[in-house]
Design a protein around this ligand. Sequence first.
Ligand SMILES: [Zn+2]
Length: 461
Amino acid sequence: MKIICDVEVSNRLLPSQNMTGSRRAVRSTLGIGKLDSKSENIFILHQTTQNKTGNKYKVTGNIEGVFTRFSSEGKATIRFRAPPHDLCLRSADPIQLNCFLRLLRNTLEGKADRVTSTKAETGNLKENNQLPGEVGKSKSRLGVISPASKLLAGIKRTLKIFKRSDYPSVLGFPKTLEELQISRLQLSCLDRQVTRLPLLRMLDLTDNRLSSLPKELSLLPNLRELRLAHNSFGESCDKGVSSTSTRLNATENEKWGWIGGSLLTSLTFLDLSYNKIKHVPDVLCRLKSLLNLKLDHNEISVLPSGLGTMCKLRLLSVSNNSLLYLPGSLRKLRLEAIDISNNPPMEREMQLPRRLWPESLSPSAVLGMPTLFEFAARKVVSMGLHPTASDVPYPIVTYLSSANFCICGGPCFESKLKVLISMDPRSIAFSVAWTSGSGNPPTLAYLCSLKCLESVKKAVY
Ligand SMILES: [Zn+2]
């Protein structure tokens, strides 16, 4: 049996010699079986396009451990005694990987041996030459390992579709796809087949008419890049329905329901430019691995206050929108580049800083004492927990999603303590695109405590 996956070989001896080996995972095939029909020993053969002969590892009596805790995510590690290598398997199809691991376990327990020895007597070793009656008996599929070069060469990893006639409606998408582009097809909904491509790393749906994506997309374990420019994500899902705000929230939540699951930790690139988006959902800020976010050429007036909690963000581009101000939590970020050019409302002269509560009230009176409920909610949000309606009553879910983020990065709910300050974008980014020659862009700072208010007063902007 053979599987295709990324394999990183780590030599356990190297660290003790103060050396580090290459830590690169290479697309490989791993086969388990006999090297030829005469041999008795079972081997694992690791082959790549660079090393077609492959490295063989004896299985019987030579395996120190098999780590399978993350096999459902396509990951596992096999530890050999000699040579002292760990084979770290990644990006495998979870179903195939589990079959492979089961076969390995059977081999170690001697169950698979029995099957192959009976097969050896009948002289039918090659898995493709089995007699019809034997198929049931040889469940373990331990045969002679055939060369992998053909298998590796035949893998379809990239597919680009620009015409209806190229769409694989009959055959379906190859399960081995890592990059898929479907553009200029006027698609208004995405084929659910795409959500069942376990190896997909890049999905480019630029230039269609999509206003949402299927929720199952969040289950793709390896998706890193999602290109959605020139679509209709700003379009409301139910234009005709006159509904209450809760109902609107529910539809809005459903529309962005694909932001969740594995994507929260795997997605590093998201392009939502040219989508007529007016409202950026708060759930976007939960994409904690995002490095590059593009929201150019939309109709956005306010960015989510939690944008500054996306601590890995390096490139943020929100040019050509209608931004009124930036969220204060951005102060927590250290970006390589920020593009906030062509946002006319933000470029107008503003009287800054300006407090946004009645003159007659003192800050402590405005802030008041947060309720125990708010304290609990702050804790839940700052711990990165996102309970759903199946965990807690729905009003609590709504309350938790209404969090604003203070300049300190912490969540606050009821606080009316807000100030408009000016923030020098060069204090958060190395390279800045900002059209206005005079002054800095206005920034709305929510304040969770009097201490944070003090830090605004003291800070030099
Ligand atoms: Zn604060």
